[in-house]
Each structure stands twice: as structure tokens, then as C-alpha cells.
Design a protein around this ligand. Sequence first.
Ligand code: SIN
Length: 283
Amino acid sequence: MAIEIKRLAAGIGAEIAGVDLTRRVSDADMEAIKQAWRDHLILLFRGQQLTHEQHIEFSRRFGDLDDHDAIPKFRDPQYHEILPVTNQEIDGRKQPVGRQWHSDLSTTLRPARASLLRCEVIPPVGGDTMFANMYLAYDTLSEKMKEIIDDLWGIHDMTVAKASQGRDLSEVRKRNPPVAQPVVRVHPETGRKALYVSEMTTTGIVGMSDEEARPILEYLFRHSVRPEFTYRHRWQVHDMIAWDNRCAMHLALDDYDINVPRKLYRTTLLGEASGYIVQSNAA
Ligand code: SIN
């Protein structure tokens, strides 16, 4: 059966039909999938009832996988490459993740290249995920704004997400100090520029006071998720979505009853080294 590529939205995303991920995908089909991924940033595969092994094996065709060593209590105890994404209680507390726009692991010196998320349990209503095209976000800025931000570095902090507020994260912060990442990243495969700031993690701009940086960041956060750059995915069981974190952001919507189970599983592709550690916003 030939692979079919169907766009999901004008701004981002394509569905790949005609492929069975429970079997080894041919090299020719893998090339077509990789090209579609470069072109569309996020890919949807429907009806893929995968085991953890099959999920890992397919993900490995794109590169090395993270073993989620930074968050050992959240990873699958047997398959460390699998990160359960669930609203069930862990350590007596619900741990919904990704409730603000972000790019996975931008707060580390090896931000995730890509993530592949497969759906096993979804609430009867809601539990959607949104994606935004950060190439478009950059391309649609004025030339003057591009000049201003092209060489800036944003400060990314793992401990500032809204969902973490009210928790003592001093130890986490000690182990994961804020890092500076380019505000505009050049994608290593396409050579295109993408905006690389997000409301969940970016707290400042290197060399600027908060008063200076805040209005710029607030503008970029709003601009980068204009509806025409986005796709909203309504999950079906056995969907798998792959996204490229270097040019797309995502958001797990708070649009469902948190007491109703939602369970997905993620693999994370290790990315290129990027950024450096900063000690404070004044760095
Ligand atoms: C994530 O941020 O990796 C999870 C997205 C989701 O739960 O929809």
C-alpha cells in the first residue's frame, strides 16, 4: 500500500496514511516519511496499536532516544525510553504536563529533537493537543523585528511552569539551572529559521532587564500561536503524533475533567547540543 500524505491544517501538520507501524517500515517509505516531517513539522499516524517495543523501534529509525534519566520517577520502569504522559496520580499528586506552550527540553543543553506521542486512553470530551509552526511565526515578523531578535538569547527555566507553582523546586533548580537558547534557531536539516521562545519556560533575554525583555517576549508568545500557525488535534485511541521540537511548539489543553483518565506514551529523540548555563536574568 502506498503512503498517502494528507494535510491537517494550512499552517502545520499532515496525516500519513497507508503505513502500518507494527511492521518494519521500508527504507523508501521511511525516506518519504522523513521528507513529509521536514515539510509539515508534525505527522499524524492513525490506528496504530503499538506495543512499547514497536513504538521504541519505530522512533529509533529517526535517531537516538532519550532514556528520560532526568526524570526517573516518571519514565516507564521497564522501558526507560517510554515516558507515560498521564493525569493519574504519581507520588500522591496529579502531574498533568505541558499545559502551556513549549518545546520539549528547551531548558536543557540538549533540547529534544522530536517527540512521538501515542494515545491509549482519552477522555470522552477534550484532552486535545495543539501545535504551532515556529517557522511561520518567524517568517511573518517584520524585517526590523527579525533584525532585533536574530542574535538574542532567551533564558529558559525548568521551574517556572504554571503547573509547578506552589511546589518547592529549589533542588530541581540546583540540578537544572536556567539555560540560554537562541531566540531564533536555525533548523539543522532545512536551514530555515524558527522562533524558539515559549511561555512555559522563557523568562528573560540575556543582557536585558526584565522591563526590557518582558514586552518583547510577551509579544513573541502571542504572535507565535496565532490561529493560522496552529493545528488542534482531537485524539483518537491509537493515534500517534510525531512533532519536531526545533520548529514546532505544542500545548496540552486543559479542556477536560482532570478526574477522567487520559493516558499517552511518549518517546523523545535526543537533539543537538544547544545553549549554555546562565546564573540569572542579568547574565
Ligand atoms: C507533552 O507536552 O509532551 C504532552 C502533550 C500532551 O499531553 O498532549
